[in-house]
Design a protein around this ligand. Structure first.
Ligand code: FES
Length: 69
């Protein structure tokens, strides 16, 4: 697991919070859908929205890594 850091400043959501929310998924066809679920679960990207791309990058990175987390 990578170093933990704050991804969403508005909601104080950490990388580990997002990684944990993604872990609950076992179907990964739709990154946007995963994003919505992660957003619902963690409240990330519900403030200024400035972290949207960062969250998307993290989702893609985790979903594309062979061992996930
Ligand atoms: S930094 Fe995530 S919503 Fe503002």
């Amino acid at each position: 697991m990578k170093e933990n850091y704050i991804v969403c400043n508005c909601k104080q959501i950490w990388y580990a919070d997002i990684a944990h929310a993604i872990e609950k998924h076992d179907k990964f066809e739709d990154v946007e859908k995963v994003f919505e679920d992660v957003q619902k679960e963690t409240q990330c990207s519900t403030g200024c929205g400035g972290c949207h791309n960062k969250v998307m990058d993290i989702i893609s990175e985790i979903l594309n890594s062979p061992s996930k987390i």
